[in-house]
Design a protein around this ligand. Structure first.
Ligand SMILES: Cc1cc2nc3c(=O)[nH]c(=O)nc-3n(C[C@H](O)[C@H](O)[C@H](O)COP(=O)(O)OP(=O)(O)OC[C@H]3O[C@@H](n4cnc5c(N)ncnc54)[C@H](O)[C@@H]3O)c2cc1C
Length: 1011
């Protein structure tokens, strides 16, 4: 068949379907849902759509009528300017309480429930059974999907497994006794399973993470295997749903691994959803075919869908500067659907096709190709979603086609996320159903071959915003020359995408290569030369304390003085080096980091026990600091002129002199490099002292500086014991500036001694200090608990709580306290405590024995002041390394030590607050003001928290750690810091002195023209 013939057949099928459809009545998106005035309105009004869907999303969490009407008012109020006059008026007069408020709340709830029930078949197994019975009377087959909250605890994963047992048991018991309906219960060869269930693998393991495909696979398989066994035994079919892109490879791997096991190898009643909006789908299908045909030798079904997470994928890619994994033009997904429909139909003996689409063109195309390839029409089927496109289902059934309905069931609360996805899909401009039924686009246009749309190709906003991305791979293509077009431009370095096998392989290789280099010696470096050391300190791996990473030469007081002298000697020439050259030097350092990115991450994993992702982020942040400060310094380089006739005035900056940089171990590269490169690009020379615990990473940084062309003396590497050389450095009369990050106690001591100006010292030292935090996450009564629990646990236990930004207090408002606490406790128990080298590690060791013992003392004190809710057992790991199990205290009094003092370990205090004002009072009631977070879905409460939660970095509805250079300049006030924020526009000014030069240009009444 020629392409033209095929297209005629496609159109013929399409016209036939349209001819049988009634497009005049209430539109067939669902049972008349577009009749709903407000829903119709959202289609023309994106701002209202966002607000309305947000309201729908949080509605199930609201129990009090006053709360419901308040939220409705707040959400619609935010979109007020976009509303038509009558709706604006309505918002204004929305009742706040009383009978009107109650009625409004009841109406909102019942409407949302009605809307949800259009897409969700029931809330329990019996309702699901009733729903599928109704479907079968219309000759519609089904696949049942279990809606649930995000699985963030192992207890929840167990519960999901049990629900699947109940579902399969309940369905098979009933349905298999019903009379056969040959149209849906048979294909061309015989009976096919009537009971069909769909599973989402991430629901079966709380720590589902593609960074660890093996561990994830093992855990998912342990829960899924019995489900599959039961399905096989009872004659049910199981389909694996496909979720977000980052889960795809792991999902495919688990599918292939499990179904290759002897028990399931010859079982044909299994399938998997494949998303064609992904650009790499063809390759996945080829691999699946090869496996089914040549390895497994038994067919599997493929449910071909376009994909339900388009918005999410594009946002995540743009946010991370990763390549967009999906096509960015709708017609491209349509074309791919057609291409891959052909692929499936060509290989239907091994990949049994199920076309999941409501698009009449896509459906007609599959029919025409099947006809061309002589695929029996009962060998493949069409699948559609419950509550959508009902008339199309009727037409296809009347044409004798087998249609299966994806039928979700579950509680309303978790169901809202599904509902919002459906609403978004249906109201999207590109939706076939919207175009065909709500907007009356002509049949000709709707049935047009999607490849004809290619002439309208235009770069989408996402393509534009990601044009500079680095193929998703850390260190892959950023190699110099990038900034020649614009020296002041900055873009964050993309983090490594560990869902990609290449990234994982590079990390593993780096860990092996670095391990082979253990035990080397790292002496101090002055004037670019190693200097002799008589005192050596072993740097040990906190995950395995028997492993010595390297030996660090501890500098003596004499060497400290020599390092300062070297920096003094180098200062004049470095100060006079043009800014452009100093900035170019930082760019080279950044490139050096990129080149050695995986290696540096591996050193960080070993030396300070950071899990993979966090180690990579440490290196990425170091790169960011170099690029950002280089760009910022170029901006500051241009003098500001205020000339008048006869007088020239120039305002400009110059460096302060010798800077001492004293860095902590918790960001062993990023903070050390950040403070050092800021000082350097500003023209200061540096004596750099890394923390004793992270000297090897410090030495690696020094290597990168030298490789980038560091002139001798401009930066001197001085590992040493803080108590021994610290005072020499910080009180040295030739030191102009001290940049310190570390504990409050040491920072205050430095600040005090730096204020002194002994004889012979002709300057007052500048101190920049980043100190601690006792950061709080406020959880409002309407918070999305999935997000709040996960965000709080991530904030508290990321890098074992050893970040000054860590959220160590959760302040919970109102009635959700018990629910929140129960889930936080379970989520904490579910974390994987492991050596940092293990990719599945969610929590590694703490840095050293001293830290471990201090944290344990806090835990003991906490037991006296509050209720110990959970302290995870670290088992044998305690013998291997410095492990402390993540610990949660409940009902913590706000004045308790564990609620006031920085612990720097995996300890979370959960505190009850009466209301939001009370929560704010508690949150602000500590001596620190570094980071904070709030989880809330009330626009007014969020606005209040933004104003009144007085911290340096506030995060709304996300974790309170992980600040990015430029996007979230980092630093606090009160006793959290002296100075302005790292990675922000004011940071470099602290390393500079402003000068003004005024010149009288008038000579004998004659002056040059001023600009
Ligand atoms: C039975 C069934 C099971 C499903 N299971 C899954 C599943 O496991 N995983 C999953 O992700 N989805 C799944 N879906 C959802 C499915 O992906 C969407 O319903 C489907 O994409 C809608 O496509 P359509 O052909 O009906 O509509 P159309 O309107 O023709 O297509 C809409 C789709 O086009 C794509 N799109 C929209 N805008 C753009 C753009 N600018 N550039 C590129 N592409 C764009 C999106 O995928 C969007 O959903 C399932 C659907 C059905 C019917």
């Amino acid at each position: 068949m020629t392409a033209t013939d095929l297209d005629s057949r496609v159109r013929a099928y399409g016209h036939e379907i349209f001819a049988r459809l009634d497009r005049s009545g209430p539109t067939p998106l669902t049972r008349a849902w577009v009749d709903d005035q407000l829903m119709g309105l959202t289609m023309d009004n994106p701002a209202l759509k966002v607000q309305l869907f947000r309201f729908v999303d949080c509605l199930p969490y609201l129990h009090d009528p006053v709360d419901i009407s308040r939220h409705l008012r707040e959400y619609l109020g935010e979109a007020r300017d976009q509303l038509p006059w009558w709706a604006r008026l309505g918002v204004k007069f929305l009742p706040k309480g009383g009978l009107g408020g109650r009625l409004l709340a009841a109406a909102a709830r019942s409407n949302a429930e009605k809307m949800a029930r259009k897409f969700i078949a029931g809330s329990n197994v019996q309702e699901a059974v009733d729903a599928v019975e109704r479907l079968r009377t219309q000759k519609l087959a089904f696949t049942v999907d279990l809606l649930g909250e995000a699985t963030i605890t192992e207890a929840e994963a167990d519960h999901v497994q049990k629900q699947y047992f109940d579902l399969i048991d309940g369905l098979t018991r009933e349905v298999n006794t019903w009379p056969e309906i040959p149209e849906i219960d048979r294909d061309d060869r015989g009976p096919i399973p009537r009971v069909n269930v769909s599973v989402k693998l991430s629901a079966l393991f709380s720590q589902f993470d593609p960074i660890d495909p093996k561990g994830t696979g093992r855990a998912v398989a342990a829960r899924l295997r019995p489900i599959l066994s039961m399905a096989r035994r009872t004659g049910a079919f199981v389909n694996f749903d496909m979720e977000q892109y980052s889960f795809k490879d792991t999902t495919l791997q688990i599918f292939r691994d499990l179904l290759s096991e002897p028990e399931f190898r010859d079982w044909p009643d299994v399938g998997i959803a494949i998303q064609v909006y992904l650009t790499d789908t063809e390759h996945d299908l080829e691999q699946l075919l090869d496996w089914a045909k040549n390895t497994r030798k038994c067919p599997v079904w493929v449910r071909l869908v376009k994909g339900a997470y388009w918005d999410y994928e594009t946002v995540i890619a743009a946010q991370n500067h990763w390549p967009v994994p999906v096509f960015t033009e709708k017609w491209q997904s349509d074309v791919n659907f057609e291409r891959l429909s052909r692929f499936l139909l060509t290989n239907y003996a091994w990949l049994v096709p199920a076309f999941g689409s409501h698009n009449i063109r896509s459906i007609s195309h599959a029919m025409a190709v099947a006809e061309e390839l002589k695929v029996p029409s009962r060998r493949y089927e069409f699948q559609m979603l419950y509550g959508m496109a009902d008339p199309i289902k009727d037409v296809l059934t009347s044409l004798g086609r087998r249609i299966r309905i994806y039928t979700p069931y579950g509680q309303l609360l978790p169901g809202m996320a599904y509902l919002v996805r459906r609403l978004l899909e249906n109201t999207s401009n590109d939706s076939f159903l919207r175009q065909g039924f709500a907007e009356g686009v002509s049949e000709e246009v709707l049935l047009r071959n999607p490849s004809e749309s290619s002439f309208v190709i235009r770069p989408s906003s996402f393509e534009k915003s990601t044009m500079h991305s680095v193929n998703g791979q850390a260190g892959s293509s950023h190699t110099g020359g990038r900034m020649t077009t614009d020296e002041t431009r900055f873009q964050n370095e993309p983090l490594a995408d560990f869902s990609r096998a290449e990234s994982r392989a590079k990390m593993r290789a780096a860990l092996d290569a670095v391990k082979a280099q253990f035990g080397r010696s790292y002496p101090p470096v002055i004037d670019n030369k190693p200097v002799a050391s008589s005192h050596w300190l072993d740097s040990v791996n906190p995950s395995h304390t028997k492993e010595v990473i390297g030996r660090a030469g501890m500098a003596t007081v004499d060497q400290a003085n020599a390092a300062v002298a070297s920096a003094v000697k180098a200062f004049d020439s470095w100060r006079d080096t043009p800014v452009a050259e100093r900035a170019a030097f930082l760019r080279k350092v950044a490139d050096g980091f990129r080149t050695r990115r995986w290696e540096l991450s591996a050193w960080i994993v070993y030396e300070v026990g950071k899990p993979w992702r966090e180690a990579d982020a440490d290196v990425a942040e170091a790169i960011d600091f170099c690029d950002y400060y280089a760009a910022e310094m170029r901006k500051l380089d241009a003098p500001q002129h205020r000339d008048v006739p006869g007088e020239g005035n120039a305002y400009f900056y110059e460096p302060r002199g010798v800077a001492v940089v004293i860095a902590p171990w918790n960001f062993p590269l990023a903070i050390l490099a950040g403070m050092t490169t800021a000082a350097l690009v500003a023209g200061n020379t540096v004596v750099m002292k890394p923390a004793e615990q992270s000297t090897v990473v410090g030495a690696k940084f020094m290597e990168v500086l030298i490789e980038a062309g560091l002139p001798p003396g401009v930066c001197n590497f001085l590992p040493g014991v803080g108590e021994e050389i610290g005072p020499t450095l910080t009180t040295h009369p030739d030191v102009a500036l001290i940049a310190f990050t570390g504990s409050l106690k040491v920072a205050l001591a430095i600040n005090e001694s730096a204020a002194k100006t002994p004889g012979g010292q002709n300057l007052v030292k500048k101190v920049i200090a980043e100190m601690g935090g006792k950061n709080a996450v406020i959880v409002d009564s309407d918070a999305d608990l999935d997000e709040a629990v996960k965000g709080t646990v991530d904030s508290a236990f990321g890098y074992a709580g050893q970040k000054c930004s860590a959220g160590s207090r959760a302040i919970v408002v109102g009635g959700i306290y018990d629910q929140f606490l129960a889930r936080v406790v379970e989520a904490t128990k579910s974390l994987t405590v492991a050596p940092a080298t293990d990719p599945g590690c969610s929590l590694g060791p703490v840095i050293d024995a001293e830290s471990r013992d201090r944290i344990k003392r806090f835990i003991e004190a906490g037991k006296k002041d509050a209720t110990l809710a959970v302290q995870a057992d670290v088992g044998k790991l305690a013998e291997e390394g410095y492990f402390v199990g993540p610990t949660v205290f409940a009902d913590v009094p706000e004045t308790a030590a564990i609620a006031q003092e920085e612990i720097f370990g995996p300890v979370l205090s959960v505190i009850k607050a009466k209301n939001l004002d009370d929560a704010l009072r508690i949150a602000n009631g500590v001596k620190y003001a570094l980071t904070g977070g709030v989880f809330s879905r009330s626009p007014e409460n969020i606005a209040k928290v933004k104003k009144r939660f007085r911290v340096g970095n506030l995060y709304v509805n996300r974790k309170c750690t992980g600040a990015l250079v430029d996007r979230q300049p980092f630093g606090g006030f009160k006793l959290s810091g002296i100075g302005s924020k790292a990675g922000g526009p004011d940071y470099l000014l602290q390393f500079l002195l402003p000068r003004t030069v005024t010149e009288n240009t008038l000579r004998r009444g004659f002056a040059p023209e001023t600009a």
